[in-house]
Design a protein around this ligand. Structure first.
Ligand code: NAP
Length: 248
């Protein structure tokens, strides 16, 4: 029996765990950061909360006798990915990263790529605009320095406290959000520009497709640098890697 720890918080981590849950040769635990008030149901046992940095994670890997570590966290969760790489070294535990490929702009897209939330604020400029903000709750603070805009803010959990701007509307939802859904939302709120991470995958691509169809600009936060570790892009590829890794 091989013990596997999946660092999750993503659709892919849940899908991978579901694929592995029934296997008699594997014991899978899924790790969540514990940020979401009502996390989605998961197909395997879950542990929740931080480990206390790379050393904390290395200690966990040793104490729980984890045979394989899979980093299936979100591509913008750079800290836990760096910690996973370091912890795997410290504990001498094989590590695989499961990372969705980024979206690539296609004909009809009007993207401005920026380095972070402050870069997005700068790119919005001084004139008031109607902005659809689809970043995580933790990245909203810089937009308080641009109170001239109207904001439509979408997040998984409510933004509390709300953004300190006079003109903001909040919607919550976990997705997936398809193009028709996001187009209707964008049109209902007369949105002029979308601010998004390059999350990759299909679950949140609706706003990118809707912006293209409507000829809107998208300000895209560039992906953070991630550690160089063995990596695959799909759940199928992760299962194939695991089959190879756990073969006696
Ligand atoms: P982060 O900045 O990379 O990590 C901050 C700290 O949170 C880590 O140092 C670690 O604490 C803890 N942590 C993060 N992911 C964890 C996990 N799966 N299990 C246990 N501890 C974890 O992470 P983040 O960007 O805040 O993301 C938090 C979670 O939300 C991740 O699981 C990620 O997959 C998910 N998520 C993030 C985004 C995003 O845009 N960032 C989007 C969708 C989902 P310790 O140092 O104490 O171990």
């Amino acid at each position: 029996m091989q013990r596997i720890l999946v660092l999750g918080g993503t659709t892919e981590a849940r899908q991978l765990s579901a694929r592995l849950a029934a296997r008699a040769d594997l014991a899978v635990t899924l790790s969540l950061a514990g940020r979401t008030a009502s996390p989605a149901a998961q197909p395997v046992p879950v542990r929740s909360g931080g480990f206390g940095g790379a050393q904390g994670l290395a200690d966990y890997l040793a104490a729980e006798r984890v045979d394989l570590l899979i980093d299936a966290t979100h591509p913008y969760a750079a800290m836990i990915s760096a910690n996973a790489a370091r912890a795997a070294e410290l504990a001498k535990t094989p590590l695989l990263a499961l990372r969705r490929p980024p979206w690539v702009p296609v004909a009809g897209d009007h993207w401005t790529e920026v380095g972070g939330a402050q870069g997005a604020v700068d790119a919005l400029g001084p004139e008031p605009r109607r902005v659809f903000l689809t970043l995580g709750r933790n990245e909203l603070a810089p937009f308080a320095r641009a109170p001239q805009h109207h904001y439509l803010v979408r997040s998984v959990d409510p933004v509390d406290p709300p953004l300190a701007v006079p003109d903001a509307i909040y919607v919550t939802g976990r997705g997936p959000f398809d193009e028709a859904h996001d187009r209707a939302l964008i049109e209902a709120h007369r949105i002029e520009v979308v601010v998004a991470k390059n999350s990759g995958g299909s679950a949140t691509y609706g706003k990118i497709a809707a912006a293209r169809a409507l000829g809107l600009s998208v300000i895209v936060l560039r992906r953070p640098a991630l550690p160089q570790v063995p990596a695959v892009e799909t759940v199928d590829a992760a299962v194939a890697w695991l089959d190879h890794a756990v073969t006696p």
